[in-house]
Structures are given as structure tokens and as C-alpha cells.
Design a protein around this ligand. Structure first.
Ligand code: ADP
Ligand code: MG
Length: 267
């Protein structure tokens, strides 16, 4: 289809923010689903020990035979971890609780920044049909997130419009710069997503104005509204787009996906 990307390599996006609860996992799942819906072939890599992306896509603990821990630290291939989901063209490499120990175990590993990068390069050779890989990062800027940034073409930052948002933003931007200088020269900022946005709230509006002033076009035009259907969907093991396609949150993620695709085509 002319809609889908034709490249020899998948585009690799890390969904990152050191703060928890800002919408990283929700974005990985729903942006991934929206990309799959327009014909992209998407793999989500769950790099958070909490495993919320895996649970949110309906994968129980017992179904997670090979996990991202095994990929990072035991030489398992990403293909062997890959699980299908209820969404056509969307698969996931799940996380298990053992990933919590990976942070510390990685310190001892030679090439510790590049464990995920190597696994993805092997995966891309074996699976040339995959057009997007989305990495759901943990709420820290530790070795797991550095592994994601080392492997990625670009970072997508979900940002909640609250009081300390800009301080948190400058911290992750500094980390992206450092990774770009020392570990992965092709790393870019794809964009900043305003999440759980409430247009009636003055603080939301003020923070939005500040972020747009500082970051300009790096902020996607589409903001994701705070929407109860989005928060209900994971407990049904489904992306919001399958749970309630018509809700404002799902519609926003569909719009966001078209902005992401436009930027990826320009890249
Ligand atoms: P993170 O991965 O950054 O920790 P999550 O994506 O898990 O954040 O989101 C944190 C919580 O907020 C979850 O309970 C999620 O369902 C909820 N949430 C995320 N985005 C929205 C939204 N747009 N509207 C309402 N609730 C949301
Ligand atoms: Mg998360």
C-alpha cells in the first residue's frame, strides 16, 4: 500500500520520560496500534520492569516465555520473545519482573549501552517486514533507557502539562544530547506529546504555552486529552483504539500517528 513505509530498516522510536505516570506506556500502545491500523508493521519492546505495556496488550505473566531480560542479558533473540497481540500487525516483546535486576546486572556487561541495539539489528535482518519499533522505557534515565536511546533513531517524549514539566523536560533533553555525542550520533528528538491535557485548566494552558514557546515545532500539534476511556482500556487488556475507537483519546492518538508518520517521512 502507498500508505505504508517502504524502507530496508525499521524506524526505531524510544518513548521516554524519567517521570512515571506521564503516559509513556499509553502512548507506546496506542501510537503503536494507530500505526498498525494504517498498515505499518509494528513491534513494541517493553523495557519497563513493571511490564504495563505487556499487560495492557493482554499478555498475562504466564504467556511471557521469553522476555526482554533474556534478550538483554541472556542472548535470546527478539524474535523468540515476540508475541502476537489482538491488534493485527502489532506484536510485543514482553517484560518480566526480572528486568528490575537488569539495571544492576548490565553494569557488569561489556558494551552495556548496546545490548538492545545489537538485538534489534539482528531482529531487523530476520524480520524485514517490520516498519516500526517502539520502545516503552521505564521511568528513569538509567541503563535501560540508555539502551533504548542507543538503539533508537528518535525519541518521543510524553509530557504532562503540570508545574515541573519544563524542568523534567530539560533533564531528558540533556540526556538525549549526551547520548547523541557519545553513544548514538543519529539520535534525534522526534517530538514532544502533551498528554492528559485538560484545556479547561489554566495551568495546563500555561505549561502548554511555555513548552510550545521553548520547543516550537518539536511539540506535536495534537495534544492527548485526559480521557477516562483511555485509563479503562488497559484493565481490559486492550489498546484504547480497540476498546473505544470513537472516544476523544483514541481519536487524538490517530491524529498523532499521522503527525509522527509525516515527520518520519521527512527524516
Ligand atoms: P507511564 O508509562 O509514563 O508511567 P502510563 O501510560 O502508564 O504512564 O499512564 C499513567 C496512568 O495514567 C495510567 O493509569 C493510564 O491509564 C493513565 N492515562 C494515561 N494517559 C491518559 C489519558 N490521556 N487520559 C486518562 N488517563 C490516562
Ligand atoms: Mg509505563
Amino acid at each position: 500500500s502507498p500508505l505504508t513505509s517502504r524502507r530496508d530498516k525499521p524506524r526505531i522510536l524510544a518513548v521516554a520520560n524519567q517521570k512515571g505516570g506521564v503516559g509513556k506506556t499509553t502512548t507506546a500502545i496506542n501510537l503503536g496500534t494507530a500505526l498498525a491500523a494504517v498498515g505499518e508493521r509494528v513491534l513494541i519492546i517493553d523495557l519497563d520492569p513493571q511490564g504495563n505495556a505487556s499487560t495492557g496488550l493482554g499478555l498475562g505473566r504466564a504467556e511471557r516465555k521469553v522476555t526482554t531480560y533474556d534478550v538483554l542479558l541472556d542472548g535470546a533473540s527478539l524474535e523468540s520473545a515476540e508475541c502476537v497481540t489482538a491488534v493485527p500487525r502489532l506484536s510485543i516483546a514482553p517484560a518480566g519482573q526480572d528486568l528490575a535486576g537488569a539495571e544492576i546486572e548490565l553494569i557488569e556487561v561489556e558494551n552495556r549501552h548496546y545490548c538492545l541495539d545489537k538485538a534489534i539489528k539482528d531482529f531487523a535482518k530476520a524480520r524485514p517486514d517490520i516498519t516500526y519499533i517502539m520502545i516503552d522505557c521505564p521511568p528513569s534515565l538509567s541503563l535501560l533507557t540508555i539502551n533504548a536511546m542507543a538503539a533508537a533513531d528518535a525519541v518521543v517524549i510524553p509530557l504532562q502539562c503540570e508545574f515541573f514539566a519544563l524542568e523534567g523536560l530539560s533533564q531528558i533533553l540533556r540526556t538525549i544530547d549526551k547520548v547523541k555525542q557519545r553513544i548514538n550520533t543519529r539520535l534525534e528528538l522526534q517530538g514532544i506529546i502533551l498528554t492528559m491535557y485538560d484545556g479547561r485548566n489554566n495551568l495546563s494552558q500555561q505549561v502548554e504555552a511555555d513548552v510550545r514557546e521553548h520547543m516550537g515545532d518539536k511539540v506535536y500539534r495534537t495534544a492527548i486529552p485526559r480521557n477516562v476511556r483511555i485509563s479503562e482500556a488497559p484493565s481490559h487488556g486492550k489498546p484504547a483504539l480497540l476498546y473505544d475507537l470513537k472516544c476523544a483519546g483514541s481519536q487524538a492518538y490517530i491524529k498523532l500517528a499521522s503527525e509522527v508518520i509525516q515527520r518520519e517521512r521527512a527524516a
